[in-house]
Design a protein around this ligand. Structure first.
Ligand code: GLU
Length: 501
């Protein structure tokens, strides 16, 4: 076995990349990077009914977005292509152990199935579904585990081949008879796990249509791709026994295994759609930063040795160890994720933060100045109220020229006798400003000036000005907003309000 650490993430392209999958990928990545190893991406797409290229592409894109760059495996040639326009040629591969898509390795699985058939460790089984159901039913009645007992397990291969030639359908089953009693792994996260070999009956390797099953492909690929460590979700722990049997029968070296606990929702049930967003893609759309997601999911079952909570990807790499991965299940807490996101977001330089925020603003059709100096100032004002990039939409909306409207709530203030004079004085004061943008002090001075000119104070002063600026009598503090609004914008708004009086 090569001494270099080789770890893989092996998604099934049957949907989006989920938070749990992303965490598995992250731990795989961190482990490889921490120890100078290689991180490999293999696509497990032998479930023909559920696997789609669109899903594969989305998962690869999400992994890339998260920054979990892999050294080997399937890659997307043109990551900007429209998923609906997918063709095979959009994917490519890097690495010397390919192909890395299981659907392109069928010949390899067939070769190893033949080897097991030849050695007598596997056999063709002609039991029909009805016969298997009947066996299971009987086992249930007799309180035995529902394992298949095939009458074909000792049939000679020639006899079986003759039946196949005559058109009969068969699966290829692994023969468990005569194997050792217990299989033991030293799980890197859970410690010693013992599997009694009678936990499984003769299991299927190839379906009757020739398609191999997950356990068979996975064991062969992990061995041929020279994986040193298999870190994956807890739900695969019970598969490990079958995979170990396959390794043994084919004379392959075993990798080290580590099984990560499942992630729970706040009600301590397995995290699912019912708890809210579970796919990385949804978090991207909700305005989360990839580095914040990595940081947060890293802590779902792992902790920094000094208890540090806000960590960059490099800090995660430098500090990661499996010894600190907790075998107990972690609870996903979106409030905490938001806090982590806000911390990363506020640490960004404004140029970067604006470039990430702008697409969210554009998506909502907000019209805002293009000037970088203005963008910088605006972030100074708003970023402390932003926990996600998307939060910027509500913060910037009141100052977007495309979104100005006079709300119903403004009616009352607009009906006051003094309002017209207040807004006219405001307008005049704005137009007399020497600069394109007012400072906070300019605004406060102008407000005082309006108070004197119109001879009103309190709500009769503030509310009409507020309506003249944002179209409604309540909302964010004007002394924050006004300095971000150009004179021409303020005048145009005041005119529209005056026209209503
Ligand atoms: N393809 C499997 C899954 O998506 C992963 C299996 C493994 O890591 O061994 O759950």
């Amino acid at each position: 076995m090569s001494s270099k650490i080789r770890v893989r993430f092996a998604p099934s392209p049957t949907g989006y990349l989920h938070v749990g999958g992303a965490r598995t990928a992250l731990y795989d990545y961190l482990y490889a990077k921490r120890f100078g190893g290689e991180f490999i991406l293999r696509v497990e797409d032998t479930d023909q009914e559920r696997s789609t290229e669109e899903s594969m592409k989305m998962q690869l894109q999400d992994l890339k977005w998260l920054g979990l760059n892999w050294d080997e495996g399937v890659i997307i040639k043109d990551s900007d292509a429209d998923p609906a326009m997918l063709t095979d040629s959009e994917f490519s591969e890097i690495g010397e152990y390919g192909p890395y898509r299981q659907s392109q390795r069928l010949e390899i699985y067939k070769k190893y199935a033949d080897q097991l058939l030849e050695s007598g460790r596997a056999y063709y089984c002609f039991l029909t579904d009805e016969e298997i159901d009947a066996q299971r039913e009987q086992a249930r009645r007799e309180n035995r585990p529902p394992q298949v007992n095939s009458p074909y397990k000792n049939m000679s291969i020639d006899e079986a081949k003759a039946k196949l030639a005559a058109g009969e359908k068969a699966v290829v089953r692994f023969k468990t008879e005569g194997l050792k009693k217990d299989y033991i792994i030293e799980d890197l996260i859970r410690g010693e796990v013992k599997f009694p070999s009678d936990m499984v009956g003769d299991f299927v390797l190839l379906r009757s249509n020739g398609m191999p099953v997950y356990n068979f492909c996975c064991a062969i690929d992990d061995a041929l791709m020279k994986m040193t460590h298999v870190l994956r979700a807890e739900e695969h722990l019970s598969n490990t026994l079958r995979q170990m049997m396959i390794y043994e029968a084919l004379g392959f070296d075993l990798p080290k295994f580590g099984h990560l606990s499942i992630i729970l929702g706040p009600d301590k049930q397995k995290l699912s759609k019912r708890h809210g967003a579970t796919s990385c893609n949804e978090y991207r759309e909700k305005g989360y930063l990839p580095e914040a997601i990595l940081n947060y999911i890293a802590m779902l079952g792992w902790s920094h040795p000094e208890g540090k909570e806000i960590l960059s990807k490099q800090e995660l790499i430098d500090n990661f160890s499996l010894e600190r991965v907790n075998p107990a299940s972690a609870v996903f807490d979106e409030v905490k994720l938001k806090w982590v996101n806000a911390s990363h977001l506020r640490a960004l330089d404004h140029k970067t933060l604006w470039s990430l925020t702008e697409p969210f603003l554009k998506q909502e059709g907000l019209e805002l100045p293009e000037d970088p100096e203005w963008q910088d100032r605006s972030l100074e004002v708003f970023k402390t109220s932003m926990e996600t990039l998307k939060d910027a939409v509500d913060l910037y909306k009141p100052i977007s020229s495309a979104h100005f409207e006079i709300s119903e709530e403004a009616k009352d203030a607009l009906s006051w006798e003094s309002t017209k004079a207040v807004i006219e004085a405001w307008k005049q004061g704005v137009s007399a400003q020497p600069n394109e943008f007012m400072s906070q002090e300019d605004f406060e001075a102008l407000q005082n000036q309006v108070k004197d000119t119109a001879g009103v104070k309190g709500k009769h002063l503030f509310m009409p000005i507020r309506v003249a600026v944002i179209g409604k009598p309540h909302g964010a503090e004007l002394k924050m907003l006004v300095p971000l609004m150009a004179k021409s914008e303020l005048l145009a708004r005041a005119d529209r309000v005056l026209a209503k009086i």
